[in-house]
Design a protein around this ligand. Structure first.
Ligand code: NAP
Length: 485
């Protein structure tokens, strides 16, 4: 059963970058869905802010189009509902780096409401926005700011960004979004680990052989090549999304489910990561294929050395995980779009069924997309009279199957996280020291590639990645799970 929707308190949410791609694609359709679900009170108001000269009606028309294009079809077709949502919108033309529009924005803010400011703009504007919000007394000590990735491109820039926000806002007011943390399954991971007796006693190097984390995409970088080529898979995916998943899988149970208790434990995981030997990392770049150009063509740089794929073996030096490898991989233009975590348990210490029974292992698979859910592989007797032969069967819990129609009402990651901002709950947001620790671990790896003039290995689009990535796991006597949708 999906839990009852509890409306949040009335709020004024200002979306800087309210005309941009992220606002139109995710934030505004998501807010509309929350309203349709009954979570947004009638007094809630959303104010778009960007430099474009628009009046309120112009902004409402833009948002109507965005909901039609990107919104959930079930709700987007409800004309009365959409009109109701548009009534809650306002717009002000503001320049983050200048003086225009700030007085007008201040005039639109209401007393006694929660105030949240979503910085859906490039990170170079974060400091300017923070400074002006404070200088014009638009944001107070209770206000919240939401910032988007990329949060820096290395440790130095992340520290500078943190410092530029800390000058005006306390850490308890800063919500750094990693939308992976808003996914239902990611939170379920904590529920499964810490809400059941079944798994936690086995959740260590004594019983877990290894863990695989995979985030595979079928799309390439066309359209955002100039941004991506300065970043690469390591900065764009591993430093944030995969690192966050690793933290949730590997962390110790926090004493309570409160933001700092959870984030303290995540931070300990990042700090326990071993430095990675460069032989334990494989970088790749997709070649041209029948249905698309190569990475280098997509980024219009025939000599680009940026990776569109990375696979690595990681170790954690702590009592729980010493000796259990974590294999991470992520890439673009792969054979399917799938994100999953697989916890592969060790073999039973002795097989009473003899060598003919084959090798059977329990694997707990946590699927993030598509079809969020979990699957536990268990070994049973093959049915029939053929003697004691064993087979693996999945105990499958797909959210869509388990929850039926109600699964449609589960908020998507952005919706959930925005509602958490309004509620003032930072549990699913990254703290400044976490982000810095992740960069402190990432930087030497990237610097090593630069120093060694490392060239990514080519891989075929539609494949599982470069051959060397397969060897990375094979040489340990293991194999990657097949990436499947
Ligand atoms: P975008 O489409 O380029 O939008 C940028 C927005 O910022 C526009 O509304 C723009 O409007 C506004 N803006 C630019 N300069 C401004 C200024 N000086 N003062 C006030 N407003 C200004 O970018 P986006 O894709 O929405 O991305 C926004 C942020 O989210 C970026 O940091 C991006 O990396 C991050 N992000 C995006 C996605 C995504 O799916 N798009 C996903 C994850 C993270 P005007 O030109 O009218 O001022």
């Amino acid at each position: 059963m999906v839990s009852r929707v509890i409306p949040v308190d009335p709020f004024d949410l200002v979306i800087f970058g309210g005309t941009g791609d992220l606002a139109r694609r995710k934030i505004l359709p998501g807010l509309y869905r929350r309203m349709a679900a009954g979570q947004m009170p009638a007094e809630a108001r959303i104010i778009g802010a960007a430099r474009t000269d628009l009046d309120r009606a112009g902004y409402q028309a833009m948002v109507r189009e965005a909901i039609e294009e990107f919104g959930d079809p079930k709700h987007a077709g409800d004309a009365a509902g959409v009109s109701d949502f548009l009534e809650r919108l306002d717009y002000v033309a503001v320049d983050a780096t200048g003086d225009d529009g700030w007085k007008e924005l201040k005039g639109k803010m209401r007393d006694g409401m929660i105030r949240a400011f979503y910085f859906s703009v490039g990170p170079s504007l974060f400091g300017d926005l923070a400074e002006r919000l404070k200088a014009h007394k638009i944001a107070g000590d209770e206000s919240r700011i939401v910032v988007e990735k990329p949060f820096g491109h290395d440790l130095a820039s992340a520290k500078a960004l943190n410092a530029s926000l800390a000058r005006y806002f306390d850490e308890t007011q800063i919500y750094r979004i990693d939308h992976y943390l808003g996914k239902e399954t990611v939170q379920n991971l904590m529920a499964v680990r810490f809400g059941n007796m079944l798994f936690e006693p086995l959740w260590n190097s004594q019983y877990v052989d290894h863990i695989q984390i995979t985030v595979a995409e079928t799309v390439g970088v066309a359209g955002r090549g100039s941004y991506y080529d300065k970043s690469g898979a390591m900065r764009d995916m591993v430093q944030n999304h995969l690192m966050q998943l690793l933290c949730l899988i590997a962390m110790e149970p926090p004493a309570k489910f409160d933001p700092d208790a959870v984030r303290d434990e995540k931070l300990k995981v990042i700090r326990a990561l071993d430095p990675v030997d460069h032989h334990e990392i494989v970088r790749g770049q997709y070649d041209a294929g029948a249905d698309g150009p190569s990475y280098r063509e997509d980024v219009e740089d025939p000599k680009s050395r940026t990776e569109s794929y990375v696979a690595m073996k990681l170790g954690l030096s702590n009592w729980r995980w010493a000796g259990t490898p974590f294999y991470l991989r992520t890439g673009k233009r792969l054979k399917t779009r799938a994100s999953e975590i697989a916890v592969v348990f060790k073999d039973a210490p002795h097989s009473i069924f003899g060598p003919d029974a084959g090798r059977h292992r329990n694997i707990l698979t946590i699927r993030l997309q598509p079809n969020e859910g979990m699957e536990l592989g268990v070994t049973i007797k093959e049915p029939g009279p053929g003697g004691m032969r064993l087979m693996d069967v999945p105990l499958d819990m797909s959210f869509a199957d388990a929850l039926g129609d109600e699964a449609e009402e589960v908020p998507d990651a952005y919706e959930r996280l925005i509602m958490d901002v309004i509620r003032g709950n930072q549990t699913l947001f990254m703290r400044g020291d976490e982000v810095e620790a992740a960069w402190a671990w990432t930087d030497p790896i990237i610097e090593g590639w630069i120093d060694r003039h490392d060239v990514p290995k080519p891989y075929d689009p539609g494949s599982s990645g470069p051959d060397d990535a397969m060897l990375l796991v094979h040489r340990d006597g293991r194999k990657w799970r097949d990436i499947r949708a």
